[in-house]
Design a protein around this ligand. Structure first.
Ligand SMILES: [Zn+2]
Ligand SMILES: [Zn+2]
Length: 228
């Protein structure tokens, strides 16, 4: 039965894309071939190559927040897949300032796209047999969200820990900066303490930049989370 077990394994590929190496995730159901794409910030051709290689049908394009390194490829991704683009409404204003964000970084302004649907606290995004819960985690930006895939949804996931797509709210050993437009240190600390640290220790955390970590590891060692 080794083969059928392998075929049951969730498809998850992480691609660091663009100048700031934003971690884009492609998460697919091996049975239904349905997938979501999180934060296609740039290099959409590389992301589409992964989608094609796994023979996936993209059902939704999710944005953790509207910083340029996370949203630069939304338009191209939507045009290539026909999938809707989802974002928290409180980041729409930031998204509209893409030209200013581009000029800060000396980048060209990426093509904008219409945001199709809202991601709000408690919403469930479903694809194939999977589900991700939206956690509104303001602080890095007003409309920052984390996406949480609980461990017990599909039987073959039961032995696997949950997964958290943390955007720029939580990193391995650090947290998102709060000195940019719409940022708030008080809010990000509240988001971390009340929402992310409420998750089980074995939850795998996929930050918007840098290496994978876990809630338990950050609870123990992250200097922003161990004080007090
Ligand atoms: Zn950011
Ligand atoms: Zn970022």
């Amino acid at each position: 039965m080794a083969d059928s077990k392998a075929a049951d394994k969730i498809i998850h590929e992480i691609l660091p894309v663009g100048l700031l190496q934003c971690n884009c995730s492609v998460v697919g159901d091996p049975h239904t071939r349905e997938a979501i794409v999180i934060d296609p910030g740039d290099e959409v051709d590389r992301i589409l190559e992964v989608v094609t290689r796994h023979n996936l049908k993209v059902r939704a394009i999710l944005s953790t927040h509207a910083h340029i390194d996370h949203v630069g490829g939304l338009r191209k991704m939507k045009e290539a897949t026909g999938a809707p683009v989802l974002m928290h409404p409180e980041d729409l204003e930031l998204y509209k300032r893409l030209d200013r964000q581009a000029s800060w970084l000396g980048m060209r302004v990426p093509a904008m796209v219409e945001v199709d649907e809202s991601l709000r606290e408690g919403d469930a995004v479903r694809w194939g047999r999977y589900l991700a819960r939206v956690m509104h985690t303001p602080g890095h930006t007003r409309g920052s969200v984390c996406l949480y895939m609980p461990p017990d949804l599909a039987a073959e996931q039961a032995a696997q820990p949950g997964k958290l797509f943390a955007g720029d709210t939580l990193f391995a050993g650090s947290i998102g900066r709060t000195d940019l437009w719409g940022g708030s240190f008080d809010l990000i600390m509240r988001s971390l303490q009340t929402k992310l640290l409420a998750l089980p220790d074995d939850t795998l955390v996929y930050p918007g930049h840098g290496p994978v970590t876990s809630i338990g590891e950050e609870r123990e060692t992250n200097p922003f989370l161990t004080v007090g």
